[in-house]
Design a protein around this ligand. Structure first.
Ligand code: NAD
Length: 293
């Protein structure tokens, strides 16, 4: 078993970005990511904090716009409009989930597609389907970068993606089936209504588990020599930890790793790649804005 080490792969991407920033002429504007956080959900706080910290590490500018949990939809829409109009902002991300009284789709659809570094805007989602240049959602994009870093050959393989969310499972299935590097797979998408899930997963050369259930994928669901990518981030109560919880993936790592050829750990796998992909998207938005000006 070999580890798809997100720490190594993400660091290599961040080193490349950092070098690009250090080569910008003195006084030149740096790429800038604006993150919007509504309320103070502890997991969202952690994710946003980590994204901002990673921007600083590579030398990007970042802005954090905090709004209270009870802020109106119009206030959030106004905040997005200002960021759209601000020529010093390259990427905009709105941390999800939003409070129930705010329409996520309305907010996402207002973000300028050229600044939509999360790749959630319908224009980017549509272009992804058409295999046109676009911002790809950071988690599936990060998985593609992880596969590429470890030179995993995917062409002709059978990939089973478990989960069909708009931010992970669905775009992941599109990317793996596209022509090109780390694509060319035959893809099966499984979800909560799939009967006999193990029937499908046991046939898989590659499994991407994006379910949201701790240690859901067991060893008897995986064939010998499979490549297993664990997207799950689940907080499981653990009184021995200072925080009171431990992070678990969707894969029973200890058992599955004994059978798999490659496996990504949690933490230290896809989560770090998601941030590296977000930074890559932000840098691309920055380059594009430079070319336009
Ligand atoms: P989601 O809840 O939107 O989707 C979960 C999917 O799992 C659904 O499509 C559902 O059909 C499927 N599912 C649920 N139960 C199932 C079952 N018994 N059998 C087969 N399929 C089943 O979740 P999501 O946003 O796609 O996230 C999935 C997981 O990935 C979560 O743990 C989330 O925290 C994590 N995540 C991690 C990152 C990262 O950066 N590593 C990013 C996004 C999400």
């Amino acid at each position: 078993m070999q580890i798809l080490d997100g720490k190594l792969a993400a660091q290599s991407i961040k080193d490349t970005l950092q070098k690009k920033i250090s080569e910008l002429p003195i006084g030149f504007r740096k790429p800038c990511l604006a993150a919007v956080l509504v309320g103070n959900n502890p997991a969202s706080e952690t994710y946003i904090g980590s994204k901002i910290k990673n921007c600083q590490e590579v030398g990007f500018e970042s802005r954090l716009i905090r709004l209270p949990e009870n802020c109106s939809e119009n206030i959030l829409l106004d905040a997005i409009s200002s960021l759209n109009a601000d020529s010093t902002v390259d990427g905009i991300l709105v941390q999800l989930p939003l409070p129930k009284h705010i329409s996520e789709s309305k907010i996402i659809e207002l973000i300028q597609p050229g600044k939509d570094v999360d790749g959630f805007h319908p224009v980017n989602a549509g272009k992804l389907m058409l295999n046109e240049p676009c911002f790809v959602p950071a988690t599936p994009y990060g998985i593609m970068l992880l596969l590429s870093h470890f030179q995993i050959e995917t062409s002709g393989k059978h990939a089973v993606v478990i989960g069909r969310s708009n931010i992970v499972g669905r775009p992941m299935s599109v990317l793996l089936s596209q022509p090109g590097n780390q694509g060319n797979c035959t893809v099966t998408v499984c979800h909560s209504k799939t009967p006999d899930l193990p029937y499908f997963t046991r046939q898989a050369d590659i499994i991407v588990a994006a379910i949201g259930k701790p240690e859901f994928l067991k060893a008897d669901m995986v064939k010998e020599g499979a490549i297993v990518i664990d997207v799950g981030i689940n907080r499981v109560e653990d009184k021995s930890k200072k925080s009171g919880f431990a992070l678990k993936g969707d894969v029973d790592f200890d058992a599955v790793s004994k059978k798999s050829a490659w496996i990504s750990p949690v933490p230290g796998g896809v989560g770090l790649m998601t941030i590296a992909a977000l930074l890559t998207n932000t840098y691309r938005a920055f380059e594009h804005h430079q070319q336009k000006n």
